[in-house]
Design a protein around this ligand. Structure first.
Ligand SMILES: C[S@@+](CC[C@H](N)C(=O)[O-])C[C@H]1O[C@@H](n2cnc3c(N)ncnc32)[C@H](O)[C@@H]1O
Ligand code: SF4
Length: 452
């Protein structure tokens, strides 16, 4: 439980506590500001820790920004001292570190200096620099289209995405697809000029070939061919030649084949209901069609050791995909696993992440985008890696918020990015499928207004 005399600092502080897996500790926090001095006093385990930082803010906005920064830093230093641990991102809790680094640079400041103040590790500063280099050519930004298909064969235990097992939602799929088609047609004028499309899930390939073709055909009707076009086909157990051929026919350029792990024991433990052999088969089938392929892995699953994870990284590399995305397990509410896993093995997961960076770099992969999520073990991150300049533009544009994202379907959040990314407006749709179907017509009208 956190007691603080400054409520607006609570979410920031909680982010730091969560990164140390210490949400439930007894902390009392006193904050005060006077004459350019920010004071943070933390009472923890009958000890007091006090920090004074000097800074003269130019306005209220800057005052709040620095109050948050110093409070986080005070908690980070206290916890680092009492636990004996340094976290790789230090007191930097934001979900878009690269966006922050670009913003600092654009403001004429040295992002490295800021990151060092926040106790970010040398390795992470170097990683951010590598990503910034890869992203430079894309910084102008572009519009993107997202199409949500939140249906899955079964629900994986660790997953907190808004998606349900198809057995529970099958009766809605046809109506859902009809709504989606109307939504796609309604954004015809808005999507003009988009440079990437992403059909995401869930697991889009859980739809029948007929349903999938309806969605593809609607997208084809509003999009000129030639944009990057990803389908998060998803779990290897739903792949088929027919659906891959259909994807090719409609101009899909990139397919996700997601094992998460190449260890059958782990896959069983997390309720994935497929095997590593099925991943190899799905990969081979997708490769024959000439798609760029992305492989998703997660570090920290079930009881995996670093050696288990290493096996998955090596297996992914041996397939030579254009992209490999390494996620750190994030346990949000909504995931079945949340109740069963009390403490994550943060040190071991950090080693897994370090290993993935070393192996992927040695295999010729470059990191091209990075994001963090709340509830991520050790406050670690997700990194997308690419080979031979095959970055996924969609991931860069959306994670860095470089351009408008026109998003349709249940739970989809459209974003309007105003010049220089300074202001961002969001437009969302209901997450549950019956409500989405119910208000689709109304959302169509409102989304057009939103993008005017
Ligand atoms: C929206 S999911 C869809 C992927 C697809 N349905 C599949 O599972 O193959 C995108 C990716 O997020 C990652 N992911 C899902 N739940 C996660 C969690 N709790 N922690 C970390 N990564 C997660 C997985 O790597 C997954 O492939
Ligand atoms: S990880 Fe993928 S397949 Fe599993 S429930 Fe989540 S979205 Fe569905």
């Amino acid at each position: 439980m956190l007691n603080t005399n400054c409520e607006y600092l609570r979410p920031e502080i909680m982010d730091v506590l969560r990164a140390f897996d210490m949400e439930e500790g007894e902390f009392t926090h006193y904050f005060s500001y006077s004459g350019g001095k920010f004071l943070n006093v933390i009472e923890y385990g009958s000890e007091f820790y006090d920090f004074t930082d000097e800074f003269e803010p130019a306005d209220d906005l800057e005052y709040k920004r620095f109050a948050k920064r110093f409070a986080k830093l005070a908690f980070y230093k206290t916890l680092s001292k009492t636990t004996g641990k340094n976290l790789p991102w230090g007191a930097l809790t934001g979900i878009r570190p690269t966006k922050m680094a670009f913003a600092e640079t654009a403001a004429g400041r040295d992002f490295e200096k800021l990151f060092k103040t926040l106790c970010v590790s040398e390795e992470n500063i170097a990683l951010v620099k590598r990503i910034m280099d890869v992203q430079k050519p894309y910084r102008g930004g572009g519009k993107s289209l997202y199409v949500s298909l939140p249906f899955c064969p079964t629900k994986c235990d660790y997953c907190s995405f808004i998606t349900a097992p198809i057995q529970k939602t099958r009766q809605y799929v046809d109506r859902y697809v009809d709504c989606l088609i109307k939504e796609i047609e309604s954004v015809r004028d808005i999507v003009r000029g988009v440079r990437s499309v992403y059909v995401g899930g869930g697991t889009p390939f859980v739809l029948s070939a007929e349903q999938l073709e309806k969605v593809y055909s609607a997208i084809d009707g509003v999009m000129p061919r030639g944009a990057e076009y990803t389908v998060e086909a998803g779990r290897p157990d739903v792949f088929s030649e027919e659906k891959l051929a259909l994807s090719k026919k409609y101009g899909v350029t990139r397919i996700c084949v997601n094992p998460q792990s190449f260890n059958d024991k782990t896959l069983e433990a997390i309720g994935r209901k497929h095997t590593a052999a099925q991943t190899y088969a799905a990969y081979e089938a997708a490769e024959k069609f000439g798609f760029d392929i992305n492989i998703d892995l997660i570090a920290g699953l079930a009881e995996e050791t670093c050696a288990d994870f290493e096996k998955s990284v090596e297996a992914a590399i041996s397939l030579n995909p254009a992209n490999i995305t390494v996620h750190t397990l994030s346990l949000k509410s909504g995931a079945k696993l949340k109740e069963s896993v009390k403490r994550l093995h943060i040190d071991e997961i950090s080693q897994m992440i370090a290993l993935s960076r070393e192996r992927l770099s040695a295999a010729g992969y470059a990191p091209y985008y990075l994001y963090r999520q709340k509830y991520q073990a050790g406050g670690l991150e997700n990194v997308g890696w690419c080979k031979n300049g095959k970055e996924c533009i969609y991931n860069i544009d959306v994670m860095e918020e470089l351009g408008d994202n026109i998003a349709v379907g249940a739970g989809a959040i459209s974003k309007r990015v105003f010049p220089a990314g300074e202001r961002i407006e969001r437009f969302d749709s209901p997450k549950d499928i019956p409500s989405y179907i119910n208000c689709c017509a109304e959302k169509i009208v409102k989304r057009i207004e939103f993008f005017k």
